[in-house]
Design a protein around this ligand. Structure first.
Ligand SMILES: [Zn+2]
Length: 370
């Protein structure tokens, strides 16, 4: 008889001037050290990277997407393959989102009621129904270490009344997600919604904090609202979530927003930004974005970042990456993705080290002021 897995979260260091903390989150597929950036592998792969290349970036937990994997190849095939870890060849910690965000942001012809959401598949035009139970059933079949509650993600802008109705529904759906969840080896995280309204965020955070789940998430940010509102939401919401559980800010991955969130007590982040920028020929270098197609890089034989330990920076020059981009060679996207993910993982792990040494505010405080 195997003993059921117990998720545990240990805070190892706390900043004396902000709410920032450094911790470890134990999952069935290994330890996740926080704070740390998580790359996104929408369709069970981080675009253009092999799992070995991904591991070398320092990434520990990787995201996949329930909505996209349900459409292709379907969770039955992933389950037959032995689960998502086996299917995609990643044996580290993994997280799937609930599909809520995509159902509300990508799908057309949707109808929403308390039962769930019906929408037209963008692949074949079939009508598909997602409910809290269905989302959890799919995520149980996929088998990630962390799974997310099915939530309604209101657009921006939306009125207080609209957001209030959708936040209440997200709460009712959470109770159904918890009841439907079958696997103790998967941590189900509830999601705080509430749009840009502090009172709704506070009510939602207090309500979901009552549940004894292994972690909590803040969702519905970065949906088009200005950056200062994201910061405000994070500052209002984070302190209301239990201190002894990981806090995950969904869909955030820019330098400043991550520093602000870490200072407020957030531990986990994900964003498609490093791989998306790579496919547009852009590199993230020490807080800046560079367009490698720019003429100035044609004869620049230095690495992207001489201080970066990644495979790309150890072996190739800016001129070479620029040449590959001009020639539309796929290797350009791989090399830039390796570097960009390494850069964001290093940025967050430098913050982790600073928190452990209580130097966070001294080293990163400049990001907290305009
Ligand atoms: Zn690099």
């Amino acid at each position: 008889m195997s003993v059921p897995f117990k998720f545990s979260f240990h805070i190892e260091g706390q900043c004396s001037k902000t709410q920032a903390r450094a911790a470890t989150f134990q999952t069935p597929h290994g330890v996740f050290e926080t704070p740390r950036f998580m790359p996104v592998g929408t369709l069970a792969n981080v675009k253009t990277l092999t799992p070995d290349q991904l591991r070398e970036t320092g990434a520990q937990m990787v995201l996949s997407n329930t909505y996209h994997l349900h459409l292709q190849p379907g969770e039955e095939i992933v389950q037959k393959a032995g689960g998502l870890h086996h299917f995609m060849g990643w044996d580290g910690p993994m997280l799937t989102d609930s599909g809520g965000f995509q159902v509300f942001s990508l799908s057309e012809m949707r109808t929403i009621n308390d039962k769930g959401v019906t929408f037209r598949s963008p692949r074949d035009g079939q009508m598909i129904h997602f409910s809290p139970e269905r989302s959890i059933q799919i995520q149980n079949a996929l088998g990630a270490d962390v799974i997310m509650a099915f939530d309604e993600c209101p657009p921006y802008p939306a009125s207080w009344e609209e957001v209030k109705a959708s936040t209440d529904r997200t709460y009712r759906w959470l109770e159904r997600c918890i009841a439907a969840h079958q696997r103790p080896d998967q941590a189900l995280f509830p999601i705080v919604q509430g749009g840009v309204y502090p009172d709704l965020r506070e009510d939602a955070a207090r309500a979901i904090a009552q549940f004894d789940t292994p972690g909590f998430a803040i969702g519905g940010v970065s949906v088009g609202e200005p950056a200062h509102l994201i910061e405000k939401i994070v500052k209002v919401t984070t302190p209301l979530l239990p201190e002894n559980k990981p806090r995950y800010l969904m869909g955030i991955g820019t330098y400043r927003e991550m520093v602000q969130a870490i200072a407020a007590g957030v531990d986990m982040f994900d964003c498609v930004i490093p791989t998306r920028l790579a496919r547009h020929g852009a590199a993230l270098v020490q807080g800046e974005r560079w367009n490698l197609k720019n003429n100035r890089y044609r004869e620049d034989f230095t690495p992207l970042d001489a201080e970066c330990p990644c495979y790309t920076c150890r072996n190739f020059s800016r001129a070479y990456v620029s040449h590959l981009l001009r020639s539309r060679e796929i290797l350009a996207f791989t090399l830039l993705s390796i570097h960009n993910i390494t850069e964001l993982v290093r940025f967050t792990s430098r913050m982790r080290a600073a928190i452990l040494g209580d130097r966070f505010e001294a080293e990163f405080g400049s990001w907290l002021t305009e």
